[in-house]
Design a protein around this ligand. Structure first.
Ligand SMILES: Cc1ncc(COP(=O)(O)O)c(C=O)c1O
Length: 367
């Protein structure tokens, strides 16, 4: 599909088969584990191949600008990449402030590789020293939960000069918000459990790369390790992707309004949303991001203050994950993130902006 089309058009038509009389208009799921053998078709068994995966891979790959491989979760994508590209004794650079399970996986499940693990904050002053000797530099920008941002093109240049592969966890941004491959990264990956599928009813992930040899190695690793997605989940994600443009637009409107409402609020500290010109990450973010999403981070006085805020809010529920239709908030210290006890990652849903902001402000009055 033409890259010149708008985001809405591209999402609606992404991975949809050309018109054929009598064929269904939307993509349809194929659940088979077995396929008849004997022809030249692509499919013979449900672990290496599935036509429903191929439709979503075409859709996401088109948006990311690379070849896409789908996985059973975001962590399946992250771990498959790590297993594929890292060897014993390699140096890997991980985001110190990114999604904690990535660091935990490397520490607890790749210990036998005796990796040299370097944890660098996203907003660090990146230099030749921070990436020296690395086999893989994994970035997460905007980072989860702090929403810090790094300059992908600048870090990719440093990392490539050091001989490293550069991967970006693009979960928070989505392929509409940011295209890491166009900015010089070798790999973009995401938890599509979040905004891409968008309805909080699917766990899924993907990796895209413009390097066909790496994509083939990733597919082979996916088949061998079996971290394959269920066709039903893949089909649901494809259905969700059709409205990503619309959902992101409302979520970003809500985030912008919430950020403004909270910025001067006497109970709120450290509100972050890279889409605002007042955010410290805005200059870098607006250079490399195409548009912004619906996740806002801010801090209340304590864990108890968060609990009473969430109990008072009618439109916001306490739940982890983000990017869904419903507004949710997650106190990240609960999971062990190295953040203050009262820090909330707030995922704006698709409610009307006026209603959501009024609900949040009213809930902040009750303590
Ligand atoms: C930035 C980021 N990367 C990866 C993951 C892992 O994704 P999943 O839960 O789909 O395995 C998450 C999940 O929250 C995430 O926020």
């Amino acid at each position: 599909m033409s890259a010149g089309l708008g985001d809405g058009t591209r999402c609606v038509h992404a991975g949809v088969s050309p018109a054929a009389p009598g064929a269904p208009v939307p993509p349809q799921p194929v659940f088979a584990a077995q396929f008849h053998l004997g022809g030249d078709g692509d499919d013979w068994y449900g672990r290496p191949h599935n036509p429903t995966w191929r439709a979503l891979e075409a859709a996401i790959g088109g948006l990311d600008g690379g070849e896409c491989v789908v996985y059973s979760s975001g962590m399946a994508a992250v771990s498959s990449l790590l297993r594929t590209v890292l060897g014993a004794g390699d140096t890997v650079v991980l985001p110190a402030d990114g999604y904690f399970s990535t660091r935990d996986y490397v520490r607890d499940h790749l210990a036998a590789l005796k990796l040299d693990v370097r944890e660098i904050p996203t907003a660090a002053p990146w230099s030749a020293e921070t990436v020296a000797g690395a086999r893989l530099v994994l970035l997460e920008t905007p980072s989860n939960p702090g929403l810090d941002v790094c300059d992908i093109a600048a870090v990719a240049a440093l990392a490539h000069a050091a001989g490293a592969l550069v991967a970006v966890d693009n979960t928070t941004a989505t392929p509409l918000g940011q295209r890491p491959l166009e900015l010089g990264a070798d790999v973009t990956l995401a938890s599509d459990t979040k905004a891409l599928a968008g309805h909080s009813d699917v766990v899924l992930g993907h990796i895209s790369t413009a390097d066909a040899r790496l994509a083939a190695r990733l597919r082979a690793e996916r088949t061998a390790s079996g971290c394959v997605p269920g066709p039903f989940e893949v089909w649901l994600a494809h259905r969700g992707l059709g409205t990503l443009d619309l959902r992101l637009a409302r979520q970003a409107d809500n985030a912008a309004a919430l950020y403004e409402a909270l910025r001067g609020h006497p109970r709120v500290r450290g509100v972050r949303w890279p889409g605002s010109p007042h955010d410290p990450a805005h200059a870098v973010a607006s250079r490399q991001m195409r548009r912004f999403g619906g996740v806002v981070t801010f801090e209340l006085e304590s864990a108890a203050a968060v609990a009473s805020f969430l109990a008072a809010a009618h439109l916001v529920t306490s739940a982890t994950s983000f990017g869904g239709l419903h507004s949710t908030a997650d106190r990240r210290a609960r999971w062990g993130d190295p953040v203050p006890a009262g820090l909330l990652r707030f995922s704006c849903g698709c409610e009307d902006t006026r209603d959501l902001v009024a609900d949040v402000l009213a809930a902040l009055e009750t303590h």
